[in-house]
Design a binder for this molecule. Structure first.
Ligand SMILES: C[S@@+](CC[C@H](N)C(=O)[O-])C[C@H]1O[C@@H](n2cnc3c(N)ncnc32)[C@H](O)[C@@H]1O
Ligand SMILES: [Zn+2]
Length: 304
């Protein structure tokens, strides 16, 4: 007797809807150094140009100005309020705003030549499912730039040996130090990338100087420049709290799939615009696209 096929369940979401993430965490919060150091790493790892890039969990679009050489940029996030904030801030043409969860993305196979995901893995309880989803939407020969929070960083190692932290920073198991906040061991991330058939090409340890006294003593620009100098030298042993990686999907480059969207419920490609909604001709799901944000989190209703 054949086993009933089970749809993977959607893991819980760390919900940023309505959050003031930009002003609570970034602006005026003394994190200019981290922002600048991350930009140095991202610039190094991003292919210099491309056709279509998606920033998964891109939030309020903090990093969008780094994608200027891409014709099309998709900012995807489950938080519609953060996307609305991004819309207000971002002026460049070729932007598409998509409210969706990584576990149920509304894109066909090979929709992007570049996928970026920064400070998001930190909130994902199912890394294999997330990497699998990324591998699917990436075209062969495409690039995946990932940032993750590293559990094996110098401060954690010191804390562990001083008895101030019980979690062993050398154990490869993900560490959920508070609900839906995970730090990962580099070996775990490498193994999960490999399992998803993504080939790790480069690793840049980032945020060497994330210590309040250093940030008080040295200007953010100078600290980030020093970070940028160290990043390429130490990829073989990441000991920083943040790590950037570049992975690729093997295979000869193919053209990007068109159209951009597929129905996340039935995977049908026939989505027809009707005023402020997209209607799926295969399963009748109706997806909101009011205010120029495509909302694929929940269909409006499916009984038509
Ligand atoms: C710490 S913020 C980072 C935002 C942006 N990447 C940046 O670096 O400024 C985490 C983001 O991940 C998004 N996120 C959380 N869970 C997600 C999921 N399951 N799928 C996609 N994005 C998710 C949140 O909505 C939030 O915008
Ligand atoms: Zn459908």
């Amino acid at each position: 007797m054949s086993e009933p096929t089970q749809k993977p369940t959607t893991p819980p979401l760390c919900d940023y809807e309505g959050s003031s993430y930009r002003t609570d965490f970034w602006e005026g919060r003394g994190r200019e150094y981290e922002d600048l150091a991350e930009r140095i790493a991202l610039r190094r790892l991003l292919p210099p140009q491309g056709e279509r890039l998606v920033d998964i969990g891109g939030g309020f679009g903090r990093l969008v100005d780094l994608y200027s050489s891409y014709a099309e940029v998709v900012l995807m996030d489950p938080s519609r309020s953060l996307l609305a904030e991004a819309q207000q801030r971002i002026q460049r043409p070729g932007m598409t705003y998509v409210a969706a969860n990584i576990y149920s993305m509304p894109f066909p196979v090979a929709a992007f030549d570049t996928v970026v995901m920064v400070r998001v893995l930190h909130h994902l309880g199912d890394v294999p499912q997330a990497f699998q989803a990324i591998q699917q939407v990436l075209r062969p020969d495409g690039s995946f730039v990932l940032e993750y929070a590293n559990k094996r960083h110098l401060k954690a190692i010191a804390r562990y040996f001083l008895g101030r932290q019980t979690e062993n920073p050398f154990s490869t198991k993900p560490w959920e130090f508070q609900p839906l906040h995970f730090d990962f061991h580099p070996a775990y991330v490498t193994q999960q990338l490999r399992q998803a058939k993504l080939t790790l090409q480069r690793t840049l340890p980032v945020s060497y100087f994330r210590a309040p006294f250093l940030k008080r003593l040295i200007a953010p620009g100078r600290l980030a420049a020093m970070d940028g100098w160290l990043q390429p030298l130490t990829g073989w042993l990441p000991l920083t709290p943040s790590v950037f990686t570049l992975s690729t999907k093997s295979g000869g480059a193919t053209s990007l799939s068109d159209p951009l969207f597929r129905c996340p419920r039935c995977h049908g490609a026939k989505l027809v615009p009707e005023s402020d909604i997209l209607v799926c001709l295969d399963c009748s799901a109706r997806w909101d696209k009011s205010g120029d944000i495509y909302d694929f989190r929940q269909p409006l209703d499916s009984a038509r």
